[in-house]
Design a protein around this ligand. Structure first.
Ligand code: GTP
Ligand code: MG
Length: 283
């Protein structure tokens, strides 16, 4: 597989149909001669002359979803920049492209960000896997905006906040409510074969000991098992398992796209092997 250049810029990333995972050529990639699609994956086609992080072999879209305040934006920033967005909570409010971290912070300060997207290239067993990560607004009034983006996502990270019981209850339908639960929405709008992982964020760990836990880890595990999805606890504040969550998803996506029968990959087994528990200070 040849090394190609990542297509950068709003045109390649900000449309809900860009890089359609159907690989049927319906998305932006089909209209852009610089990008071709194979196996539901965006393959850029021009060699890069800039820095090495712009080279990749395969690319996938990963969407962060969950209630407002669970830590989606902080998880993305922790993964991308290795930093924690401390200070007052600025809710994500719609759709926008995040051209650079500096601009993003400026936008955030002005309350202008709606949905942010960020790229990161991971080296997975010698294959450069680009994750294009879409951070969505968790507030109910933006749900209809988010729906349009589900179908293009190859993977979804579904977050709740271990210090907020409502955010956990909203994962699945417990009783008839006006707003559908996250799993119900995912079932309705996402692709059937989307890679889904449940994350209990704000786990008390080292630097992250600010709030009391109200959702036990066992409850998260039980829910994930019931729906057959991998699960782990994270802390955007301390960095606990943040890299692992994205790496595990990248490994699963890479494995699926390579379709090499000799190579077996079990997502939950990998997570169980690599996971660090809250309370331990080795992040
Ligand atoms: N203690 C702790 N606080 C966190 C963590 N992650 C996020 N927060 C805090 O939780 C609040 C909300 O975080 P955001 O990342 O903005 O939440 P969000 O899910 O993006 O919310 P919306 O954009 O409204 O959907 C902020 O005040 C963060 O500082 C974490 O891991 N630990
Ligand atoms: Mg946000």
């Amino acid at each position: 597989m040849s090394r190609k250049k990542a297509a950068k810029g709003k045109a390649a990333t900000s449309s809900p149909s860009a890089g359609s995972p159907t690989g049927k050529g319906s998305g932006k990639a089909a209209r852009n001669p610089g990008i071709v699609q194979m196996n539901g994956v965006v393959h850029p086609s021009r060699p890069s002359i800039s820095n090495s992080s712009e080279f990749y072999d395969i690319a996938f879209k990963v969407m962060l979803v969950g209630d407002s305040g669970v830590g989606k934006t902080c998880l993305l920033v922790r993964f991308k920049d290795g930093a924690f967005l401390a200070g007052s909570f600025i809710s994500t409010v719609g759709i926008d492209f995040r051209p650079s971290s500096a601009a993003f912070r400026l936008y955030q300060c002005c309350g202008l960000t709606e949905m942010n997207d960020e790229n990161k290239v991971l080296n997975i067993d010698g294959v450069k896997v680009k994750l294009q990560i879409w951070d969505t607004a968790g507030q109910e009034r933006f749900r209809s905006v988010t729906h349009a983006y589900y179908r293009d996502a190859h993977a979804l990270l579904l977050l709740y906040d271990v210090t907020n019981k409502t955010s956990f209850d909203n994962i699945q339908d417990l009783w008839l409510e006006l707003t559908p639960a996250w799993l119900t929405e995912i079932h309705e709008y996402a692709q059937q074969n989307v890679v889904l992982m449940l994350l209990g964020n704000k786990a008390r760990h080292c630097a992250d000991a600010t709030h009391e836990r109200v959702v036990k880890r066992e409850d998260g595990e039980r829910l994930a098992k019931e729906f057959g999805v991998p699960f782990m606890e994270t802390s955007a504040r301390s960095g606990l398992n943040v890299e692992l969550a994205f790496t595990a998803v990248a490994k699963e996506l890479k494995h699926r796209s390579m379709k090499d029968p000799s190579e077996k990959f079990m997502l939950q087994e990998y997570v169980n092997k690599e996971i660090k528990s809250p309370g331990c200070c080795r992040t």
